[in-house]
Each structure stands twice: as structure tokens, then as C-alpha cells.
Design a binder for this molecule. Sequence first.
Ligand code: PAF
Length: 281
Amino acid sequence: MNIISSPKDMQSFADQARAGGRVIAFIPTMGYLHDGHLSLIREGCRHGDEVVVSIFVNPTQFAPGEDLASYPRAFERDCLLAEGAGATTIFSPAERDLYGDGYQTFVALEKLPFHLCGLSRPTFFRGVATVVSKLFNIVKPHVAVFGEKDYQQLLVIRRMVSDLNFDIRIIGGPIIREADGLAMSSRNSYLTPGERQRALCLSKALKQAEAMVRDGVSGAADLIDAARKIITAHPDAVIDYIEIFDPETIEAVQTVDGPARMALAVKIGTTRLIDNTLLLP
Ligand code: PAF
């Protein structure tokens, strides 16, 4: 497996791959890989001859006071895991290579970020859209794979790719869960054993909503109320949002009379977790 750190070297590698007719699949990550990432890499292998995984903890998507400094890192382990899942190249730039002196260019969307996570993390999607644009220009993929766990991020990337005419196919990969239902996330490593147990309230709340919709409940307010009850049963769980929305536009829906997405963000202790599911009446 190749390990490339310089953007110029990555661009030359991509140019050669493209000139040789090889399809580049790309999986952007911030490292500390888990089975969720590995499933995205395996999905990438189905679409590309070169499967490039970036590992870069992107400072511009963290606000002051968030966990940039403590974000878990395990580069060597990540390389082994990525290679095992089929990655052919790791791209791992230094911060100064992506954001050098005098850096001042950002990509910002005008509507999608003003919902859900974007309300409590107002600079997050600007940082994500900026770094993903830069990575697209460096890795030059034909196809890129993003997880549905960060559902709003997936919509932001799809919109950005369409709006800015990136010639890249975006594929969404399903949420991968632990056996007990907790959605996999690098941030789960912050949880104490007790918090880890209480964190199950996110997936339980979503499962209950799925079941209620299957049983014919369609009022978004009732579904949200029931989810809120499950979560607030834990005194150290603080809800950021619970929303039910149109899966494409992210606009809130009042009645689930067609496919809708339910998403939530909850702080368990000091760890902010997100999860979501598709509601199908
Ligand atoms: O989902 C992530 O890990 C990050 O937001 C991404 C897409 C790698 C951009 O830094």
C-alpha cells in the first residue's frame, strides 16, 4: 500500500492512475478507523481500481473549544486496517500542506447547513465542504464514498458536488452498528463504560420511532416526543436536536406519509453523538 503525504505527490499519482485508465475511488476520513470506515473502503473497492483513503483531522471543521486537540489518532493501526479492507493508497497530509500561511479560501453552502448539526456547530459544514473540495482536487477521484451516519454531511457533499460541477460520483454507505445497536463512531472511544451503556438511548429512540411508524403512527411530534422520553430517562443525556425531515431537502416534516429521515444529536456526558434512520410508513 502506498502512503503519500504531499499533495503534489498525490496529484501526480492520481494523474498517472487516470492516464493508465484506472478508476480512483476515494474514502475521506479523519482516521481512528472502525468497522464503519472499513465498510466504506470495501464499498470503494467495488467501484475503483485505486482505493485512496485520506486520513486528516481537519482543523477547519472544529470550533474553538471542540475536541480537535483530543481527537483520537492511531495512524499505524489505521494503515493496517485500511490495507486489510482493500485500500491501495493512504493520503495523509500535514496541516501546513492543506492550510499554509495566508490561507483564506472557503466553500460554504447557503441553506443545508442551517439545520440539525449546523445550528449548534455553525462553522462545521464550511470546514467540511472546504476540506473535501481540496481533497477532491488533490485525489482526483471518479467516485467518493461517505457514510450515512453523517447524513447531513452526505447531503452537503452531494449538493456541493452538483453545484460546483465536480465530476465525481458520490456513494452513501449504510450506518454500521455495534451488536447492541450503538452507531460506530471514532468518538465512542471517549465514553466511559457507564456512558457507553447510556449511549444506547440514541439507537433505542430511533428503533422505537421505526416501530411506531410501522404501526401506523405518522405525527412527527408524537414520534419525537416518544424519542425524547427514552433519552431524557438518563439524567446525563442532553438533547441537542431530534428532527424528522425530508431525506433530500432536510426540511422538517409534520407527517410521515412517505420516506422520512429521523436524526438526533445527544450529548452523553461531554461526548456529542449523532445517529439517524430512515422512517418508512
Ligand atoms: O466524516 C468525516 O470524517 C469528515 O467530516 C471528513 C468527511 C473526512 C472531512 O474532514
